[in-house]
Design a protein around this ligand. Structure first.
Ligand code: URA
Length: 221
């Protein structure tokens, strides 16, 4: 898409590529600095975002602003967007085909803004770049991929449901600060992460095989 930032936003606002637009009030393309070095990617607009047309302007957004304050980053200096840009009805999880339909906007925003660092908020944003990762294992980790840096964090909304996650998110956010300060030692090896995941998947497969053969034995009794 060879469009200026403003043209891209205007085009995105007219999108009707998936069913979410039928129930949403408006498309919420993203908000912030068109030349941001940091891009935050969340999940999808909630009720407030759907009404206001601005991502992360509700309760999760207030907490995100608070977290940004702890690392002395201002919202006006970053760009914030979501995996889907129309509110999923009842705030349900975005579905695969909806994220697929919205991917062209995510990719076009990345191409236009060219952020150097991505803060991935929650498992859906994480899965776009690291589909095999498990957020419980990699939140607070930073990786380099395609010459860009990615910091994986829990979604701020988790702390609204479980207050004990506030501290976890604050320490995830601190990793972003370290990455912005150029602390290379904070960047994890992707190869190691991949081999950990391979091991985990193999273990899971073995357990499932054992469970299946146990079930077979029980049924044969
Ligand atoms: N949660 C998200 O993932 N995105 C928003 O814009 C608001 C809440």
């Amino acid at each position: 898409m060879d469009l200026s930032f403003d043209q891209l936003i205007q085009k995105c606002k007219k999108c009707t590529n998936c069913r979410l637009r039928e129930t949403a009030t408006q498309v919420v393309p993203g908000d912030g600095n068109p030349k941001a070095e940091i891009m935050f990617i969340g999940e999808g607009p909630g009720e407030n975002e759907d009404r206001e047309g601005i991502p992360f302007c509700g309760a999760a957004g207030k907490f995100l602003d608070e977290l940004l304050g702890t690392i002395e980053v201002q919202r006006k200096d970053v760009f914030i967007t979501n995996m889907v840009r129309c509110r999923p009805p009842g705030n349900r999880d975005p579905q695969d085909d909806e994220m697929k339909a919205c991917k062209k906007w995510t990719n076009a925003l990345i191409e236009t803004i060219q952020p150097k660092v991505f803060a991935l908020l929650g498992r859906f944003a994480m899965a776009k770049f690291f589909p095999k990762f498990k957020i419980s294992q990699v939140h607070g980790c930073a990786y380099r991929k395609w010459n860009r840096l990615f910091v994986i964090m829990y979604h701020p909304a988790v702390a609204l449901y479980n207050g004990s996650f506030r501290d976890v998110l604050a320490s995830d956010m601190k990793i972003l600060r370290e990455i912005l300060d150029g602390n290379e030692s904070r960047i994890e090896s992707l190869d190691e992460a991949r081999s950990d995941i391979k091991e985990l998947l193999e273990r899971k497969r073995e357990t499932n095989k054992e469970k299946k053969s146990q079930l077979g034995m029980n049924l044969a009794k």
